[in-house]
Design a protein around this ligand. Structure first.
Ligand code: ZN
Length: 297
């Protein structure tokens, strides 16, 4: 009896503490946005506070010229996403870098999972996020090579019913305006923009003195019409997996880019939170797709 009494009182106390904790945490906005840092109980509060909105920042492991780290895209997308969720709360999924990067398999340090695994892992990841209450999942893309993968993944959500919505925010690498660029021409990968961004996110990992030791020039080795696509195009033009000139990068440009990137992520989180239509229309579509002969104009 005594034990039961103690246990009951203990539970009551624990309940009061949880309630107090919940109130003060919510009042102070002190919940960590990072999935892996939350306790199970705080995760529940995080889902409430975020209105079921979660971010999946998507990076990659690949060479970034002679001067930037392999994880540049992962590091930068997480930096921008963390700044964004500090302004507009959403739960941030842990490090994710299982994307499309076949074109860099000839370079050291590239991790290129099979296409089947990329799609399966991403689907199971968003399914698991949704099962835990993330009904609005914003994939924040930090890697150019995912521009092939993510629209397909987004479209593939129409195949089977899901009780959640996937939004894809493509990478925002540069915006009009801001500091005048010092390099001219193409700046796709590890060039002035991306180097400048990394000087903001992880200045200690930028080896600017090595940036001119390889060429990031377009080698123009293909001669095809613009509307004809072939997978080797990237390697044909940029065989060093470097595009642009990182050696002239300055922090001011990175600050401008990052500020705009963060603003785009904040805008996407707010739009997802406010979006009541997508899931309703998805459900209408899934229902109709079970019996297409009944669909009338
Ligand atoms: Zn990159």
């Amino acid at each position: 009896m005594i034990r039961r009494g103690l246990v009951a009182r203990g539970i009551a106390w624990a309940g009061a503490i949880v309630l107090l904790g919940a109130t003060s945490l919510r009042a102070q906005g002190k919940l960590s946005p990072k999935w892996e840092e939350l306790t199970a109980a705080d995760f529940r509060l995080g889902i409430q506070q975020s209105k079921g909105t979660c971010l999946l920042p998507f990076g990659i492991l690949e060479k970034h010229g002679p001067h930037l780290p392999l994880g540049t895209d992962l590091l930068n997308v997480r930096y921008a996403s963390l700044q964004a969720v500090a302004m507009e709360y959403a739960i941030l999924f842990p490090e994710y870098y299982f994307g499309q990067i076949f074109e860099a398999k000839h370079e050291p340090g590239t991790v290129a999972y099979s296409l089947e695994l990329q799609l399966k892992l991403l689907q199971e990841t968003t399914d698991e996020m949704a099962r835990n209450g993330c009904k609005k999942i914003v994939i924040v893309n930090g890697h150019g090579g995912n521009a092939h993968l993510l629209p397909l993944f987004g479209q593939a959500q129409m195949d089977k019913p899901h009780d959640y919505v996937v939004y894809v925010l493509d990478g925002a690498r540069s915006r009009p305006g801001g500091p005048v660029k010092r390099s001219a021409g193409i700046d796709y990968h590890a060039g002035e923009n991306e180097t400048a961004n990394t000087m903001v996110s992880h200045p200690d990992l930028v080896h600017l003195d090595r940036a001119a030791s390889e060429s990031g020039a377009d080698q123009k080795r293909l001669n095809l019409p613009e509307d004809v696509y072939t997978g080797i195009w990237w390697y044909a033009r940029f065989p060093n997996h470097y595009s642009g000139d990182g050696s002239v990068a300055a922090k001011e440009l990175g600050e401008w880019n990052m500020k705009n990137w963060v603003a785009a992520v904040v805008e996407a989180i707010r739009a997802a939170k406010a979006d009541e239509q997508s899931l309703t229309i998805q459900n209408e579509f899934y229902e109709k797709s079970k019996h297409p002969l009944d669909t009338r104009p």
